[in-house]
Design a protein around this ligand. Structure first.
Ligand SMILES: [Zn+2]
Length: 234
């Protein structure tokens, strides 16, 4: 078995990313004026790195639009919240003398809140609460690099899942956003054609080493045998 390599940080680009940004910085410096405001250069570098995962792509980004999240994270909560919508639709579709006695506004409000409770964001409070979609996603941030909803084109979206991996200059990322207008989920993922995870890279390296060792051992045995036969002949 190959030795387990350390997990790479998900949000943080690895060493190779930092190295490539330095290289970029260096090429920029040769063309530009010397001694430009250093803080600006630093700011630019940081700004560059935020979305660097989506720069200089070698192939297409895979996209997908779904009514439910593709990333596992939040899938359970989404189902709970959607339970409310199902109830809402069922109740509205079924004409009933008891429901029509409610004032329309109150009825909608009551039914829209009929989902299963989900966990309250720990930074706001504790426990479970029945929430609307808008309330549930209110604390999520947009992805400024990919703000468009792939279903309706609105840029009023929020991201719930993001990961990026850099390994020896090759990159891979995943992003999923929800549209605040149509509540559809937009998925984007990408990997360089020759991307290898650190684990895969180490495995290949290890296998190559084992193979080289085996060949070397075999060669040594052949040499030994040859030396013996020479000795015997002498
Ligand atoms: Zn939309």
């Amino acid at each position: 078995m190959p030795p387990k390599s350390k997990k790479t940080g998900k949000k943080k680009p690895g060493k190779s990313a930092a190295a490539s940004s330095k290289a970029k910085d260096a090429t920029g410096a040769t063309g530009g004026a010397k001694d430009v405001d250093k803080s600006t250069t630093k700011e630019e570098e940081e700004k560059d790195m935020t979305h660097a995962y989506a720069d200089d792509l070698k192939t297409d980004i895979y996209t997908d639009v779904n009514a439910n999240p593709k990333a596992l994270v939040h899938a359970t909560e989404w189902r709970k919240i959607m339970n409310g919508t199902t109830l809402d639709e069922e109740a509205c579709a079924r004409p009933s003398s008891t429901t029509t006695t409610f004032a329309t506004g109150r009825l909608t409000d009551r039914l829209a809140r009929a989902g299963d409770p989900v966990e309250i964001n720990p930074s706001v409070g504790a426990g479970m609460k029945i929430m609307t979609v808008d309330e549930w996603i209110s604390r999520w941030k947009p992805n400024e690099r990919f703000p468009d909803c792939l279903s309706c084109g609105s840029t009023n979206t929020k991201e719930h899942h993001f990961s990026q991996t850099w390994c020896r200059g090759k990159k891979k990322f995943e992003s999923e956003t929800i549209c605040c207008e149509c509540h559809m989920w937009s998925w984007r993922s990408y990997a360089d054609p020759d991307f290898l995870s650190p684990e895969e890279y180490d495995k290949l390296k290890w296998e190559k080493m084992v193979q080289e060792n085996a060949t070397r051992l075999k060669d040594a045995r052949v040499e030994d045998a040859a030396a013996e036969s020479v000795a015997a002949a002498a």
